[in-house]
Write a protein that binds this ligand. Structure first.
Ligand code: FAD
Length: 337
């Protein structure tokens, strides 16, 4: 266990926002977690679990303890003729895990290539891209209650996954730390998900549809369309795509016939938040140190030295103009601290 005091969190968030944490604890050994709840630190001060910091906006200094789980390990724990069950610890980099699976011919998460962050956070917002979400192949999650020391295993169902949400954003928010997750991945008869326009186009450049070609295609698309946090600070999609009634979408389509609409449920559809923002003229706009990315209007960026409040102010302006034009309230995807 490594403990640091008054540490800058700038290297620990992809937005590249400066904030100071009073205490930062990196836990690499599961045994260090046991009895952690007895420490004075947690009794007297706030604490927060931080993974790779790619879905966080720091809005101020943190006068408490940042807990950074850094448990490592990827292990195939069970095999049968159709599936492999793979256990991955919280501190592994998500894309290294996707690479491991593709290299070992295990199918299910190849569409989720190059999503930043650590494996421990993957169930928190049920990460998704190109028509796949982790809920499609997650078997279980091993969790630890930082305050009581209780350990539990949650099944996929118990995680209450939804679009960019799970129990870890509601009832089990804050004090349950994810130690490892187990994925059930296909070892043959893969069910490739290639219906997303950009992906099916990119796949035409390959001779075959395979785990490897899907991974390469997704990486190409993402590299071309999304800003690299190492170059421009950002946390990916800042807002969720809004889910609205079919009636509301029809009203919008009457005025804007090209508005993208995706199936969601029997009564609701998903609209593209990026498209809504673009229609309000925000794409590529810069205000001081912050702005809206020129290729993807859903991504807010830090051009350097921005503070959390600058990003919040910009996001409020965007929310107001989308509400004014479309009557839709955008919800943030990024977590604020
Ligand atoms: C360029 C870019 C592209 C992105 N694209 C996508 C995308 O396509 N799809 C998508 O879904 N997301 C995307 N994201 C968002 C982000 O990568 C994911 O949400 C990722 O899972 C966050 O992982 P993290 O380790 O960085 O989590 P953090 O940002 O550190 O934390 C996120 C949340 O998870 C909690 N948390 C983290 N680790 C644990 C743990 N071990 N136990 C309990 N709680 C924990 C934190 O408390 C926090 O509430 C993108 C981000 C960027 C910067």
């Amino acid at each position: 266990m490594n403990i640091y005091n008054n540490i800058s969190l700038k290297p620990f968030n992809t937005f590249g926002i400066e904030a100071i944490a009073k205490t930062f604890i990196e836990i690499s050994d599961i045994n260090d977690l046991i009895n952690f709840h007895n420490t004075e630190i947690l009794k007297s001060e706030p604490y927060f679990i931080l993974g790779g910091g790619s879905n966080i906006l720091f809005t101020k200094d943190f006068a408490g303890t940042i807990i950074h789980p850094n448990f490592k390990g990827i292990e195939i724990i069970e095999k049968n003729k159709d599936f492999n069950y793979v256990k991955v610890f919280a501190g592994e980099i998500w894309d290294d895990f996707v690479n491991f699976c593709v290299t070992n011919n295990l199918g299910g998460i190849e569409n989720l290539s190059l999503i930043p962050g650590n494996c421990g956070a993957s169930p928190v917002q049920n990460i998704g891209a190109f028509g796949v979400e982790i809920k499609d192949c997650l078997e279980s999650v091993e969790i630890y209650n930082i305050e009581t020391g209780e350990k539990r295993t949650l099944t996929n169902n118990e995680c209450k996954f939804g679009y960019r949400t799970s129990i870890f954003k509601t009832d089990f928010k804050h004090n349950w730390l994810i130690i490892y997750t187990t994925y059930k991945l296909k070892s043959s008869d893969y069910s490739f998900q290639t219906s997303y326009g950009a992906l099916s186009e990119e796949l035409k450049r390959h001779n075959e549809v395979s785990l490897k070609s899907i991974r390469e295609s997704v990486i190409n698309i993402r590299t071309l369309k999304l800003p690299d946090p190492k170059e421009i600070g950002n946390a990916g999609s800042f807002f969720k795509n809004p889910i609205v009634s079919i009636k509301k979408a029809e009203e919008i389509n009457k005025i804007f016939s090209d508005a993208p609409v995706y199936k969601f449920s029997k009564t609701e559809v998903k609209l593209a938040a990026g498209w809504l923002i673009e229609q309000c003229g925000w794409k590529g706009k810069q205000i001081g140190n912050v702005g809206v990315h020129k290729k993807q209007a859903l991504v807010l960026v830090n051009y350097g030295n921005a503070k959390g409040i600058d990003i919040i102010n910009l996001s409020e302006k965007i929310k107001n103009s989308v509400f004014f034009k479309f009557g839709i309230t955008l919800e943030t995807e990024v977590n604020f601290l």
